[in-house]
Design a protein around this ligand. Structure first.
Ligand SMILES: [Fe+2]
Ligand SMILES: [Fe+2]
Ligand SMILES: [Fe+2]
Length: 416
C-alpha cells in the first residue's frame, strides 16, 4: 500500500477558508478584542486599493494583514503590542511568524512581509529587500498602528473624536516609521468618517464575510492541510512554556492509540490532525489562567471551559473537515456525560473523540504544570483507571494505555 492511499485523497479545502480560519485563530489571542488581524487586513487592502496597486497585491496585503501576528500566542505579548506605538520587544513575534509561514508553501510568500511588519521605513528602505517586501511590510505596519491607536475607542463609540489626534500622530512619522507614499494615502483616505466607522466589529465581520465569497479558488489537499495543522499546533503550544509540545504529543498519542484499537488508516490520519487542533480555543484564555500557580478558582474554571467550544467555532468554517472539528472540540467530553461544554454522552460521543480525550489527559499529566511536577507513568495510570471506573474516560482505550504504558509515555512526550 503506498502512502498516498493512506490519506483522504478526495479532501479539498478552499485556501481562502483556511486563511480565514488561521486569522480567526490568531485573533483569539486578543481575548476581549478579537478582530485585530481582520481589521489590519481590511485596512491594508483598502489602502492598497486607494493607491491603485494591482488586485493580486491587494489580496496579498489582505492575507498578510490577517496573519501578521501569527507569531503571537501569549495574551501578555499581545497586550504589549497594543499599548505603545513602538515597542522594543516587537521583533521576536516577527521572526517567529516568518518561520511559521516560510515552511508552508501555499502561504510562504507572506513570510518576508510578516518578518518586517514592525520595521521603521527609514531603516527598511535602506535594506535592499527583494521585490515589494519593504513596501508591503511597511503598509502592514501602518495598518497595524492605525488599528492600535483606534481600537480603544470602538467600545464606547468615541472614535470620531480621536481622529485628528491619531492622524497627526501617524503623519508625524512620514519618512520615519512609515513611507511617505503610505502616509499620503492614509491622510487622503482617513479624512472621511467612513474610514473609521468601518472598523466597528459588525462592519469588520461583514467585510470578512464578503471576502470569504471572494474565493481565490485555490484548493489544497490533505498533505498541505496536515502541514497547516502542524502550524496551528505550534501557535497553540507556543502560548506557554508549560504547554510546549502538548498538541503534538496529544496528536501522536491519539494516533498511536487509534492504531492499537485497529482503526483504519484514514481515520488514524484524521485523529492525528484532530489532536493537533484540539486546543485552538485555548489561545483566548488569558496566560494568567493557563499559568496559575495553584489550580483554578471556580470562575477561572468557567473561563477555561470555553476553550473547547472555541475550537469548534474556529474549525467549523472548514466544511471539508467537519468531522475532525467535532472530534477535536469534544476532547473534554466524557462517556458519562459529565464533561464539558456539550455534555455529550454514550453513543453520541464518538470513539475518535474519546481517544483524543484519553491522549489529552495522559499528555497533560506527563508534563510539568506550574503547581506540580510531571507525573510518572504509574501515577498517570492510576488516574486514568480511576476515571475509567467512574465513566469519565473510555475503559477500552484506557486498557490499551495500560498494555503499552511506557511506550505511550514516550509517544506523548514526543520522544520517538
Ligand atoms: Fe505585530
Ligand atoms: Fe498587530
Ligand atoms: Fe483542552
Amino acid at each position: 500500500m503506498t502512502s498516498h492511499s493512506l490519506v483522504p485523497a478526495d479532501l479539498a479545502i478552499d485556501l481562502r477558508q483556511l486563511v480565514m480560519t488561521i486569522a480567526h485563530t490568531v485573533d483569539l489571542v486578543g481575548v476581549d478584542d478579537v478582530f485585530h488581524g481582520r481589521r489590519v487586513g481590511m485596512l491594508a487592502r483598502e489602502m492598497a486599493i486607494q493607491m491603485g496597486w494591482p488586485e493580486a497585491d491587494q489580496l496579498i496585503l489582505y492575507d498578510a494583514g490577517l496573519l501578521h501576528d501569527c507569531g503571537v500566542s501569549s495574551t501578555r505579548v499581545h497586550h504589549r503590542l497594543v499599548v505603545d506605538l513602538e515597542w522594543a520587544g516587537a521583533e521576536e513575534h516577527c521572526v517567529c511568524g516568518d518561520a511559521l509561514l516560510a515552511g508552508f508553501a501555499p502561504l510562504a510568500h507572506l513570510a518576508p512581509i510578516i518578518r518586517y511588519h514592525h520595521s521603521r521605513w527609514d531603516w527598511l528602505s535602506a535594506q535592499n529587500l527583494p521585490g515589494n517586501t519593504a513596501r508591503f511590510a511597511n503598509l502592514i505596519y501602518l495598518a497595524d498602528r492605525i488599528d492600535v491607536l483606534a481600537a480603544p475607542h470602538h467600545a464606547d463609540q468615541t472614535i470620531l473624536s480621536h481622529v485628528d489626534e491619531i492622524r497627526n500622530r501617524l503623519a508625524s512619522q512620514r519618512g520615519g516609521m512609515f513611507s511617505p507614499e503610505l502616509i499620503d494615502a492614509f491622510e487622503a483616505m482617513s479624512q472621511g468618517e467612513a474610514f473609521w466607522l468601518a472598523l466597528q466589529p459588525d462592519w469588520v465581520q461583514q467585510y470578512q464575510t464578503d471576502m470569504e465569497c471572494y474565493g481565490d479558488l485555490r484548493l489544497i489537499g490533505w498533505a498541505d492541510f496536515k502541514q497547516c495543522a502542524e502550524i496551528f499546533a505550534r501557535i497553540i503550544d507556543a502560548k506557554s512554556p508549560y504547554t510546549q509540545q502538548h498538541s503534538r504529543g496529544v496528536s501522536r498519542l491519539a494516533r498511536y492509540l487509534a492504531e492499537h484499537l485497529g482503526l483504519d488508516a484514514i481515520t488514524c490520519e484524521k485523529i492525528e490532525v484532530a489532536g493537533l487542533l484540539h486546543d485552538i480555543g485555548k489561545l483566548q484564555i488569558p496566560d494568567e489562567i493557563i499559568e496559575g500557580q495553584s489550580g483554578l478558582t471556580a470562575h477561572e474554571f468557567d473561563i477555561m471551559k470555553s476553550h473547547s467550544y472555541g475550537t469548534l467555532q474556529v474549525l467549523k468554517r472548514l466544511h471539508a473537515v467537519e468531522e475532525i472539528a467535532r472530534w477535536a472540540a469534544y476532547h473534554h467530553e466524557t462517556p458519562d456525560g459529565h464533561g464539558y461544554p456539550f455534555r455529550i454522552s454514550g453513543d453520541a460521543l464518538p470513539l475518535e473523540a474519546r481517544i483524543i480525550n484519553v491522549a489529552d489527559i495522559f499528555q497533560a499529566l506527563a508534563q510539568e504544570r506550574p503547581y506540580r511536577q510531571p507525573m510518572q507513568p504509574d501515577q498517570i495510570m492510576t488516574i486514568l483507571n480511576e476515571r475509567a471506573a467512574l465513566g469519565r474516560a473510555d475503559a477500552e482505550i484506557v486498557s490499551v494505555v495500560a498494555d503499552n504504558l511506557d511506550q505511550c509515555h514516550r509517544v506523548a512526550l514526543c520522544r520517538e
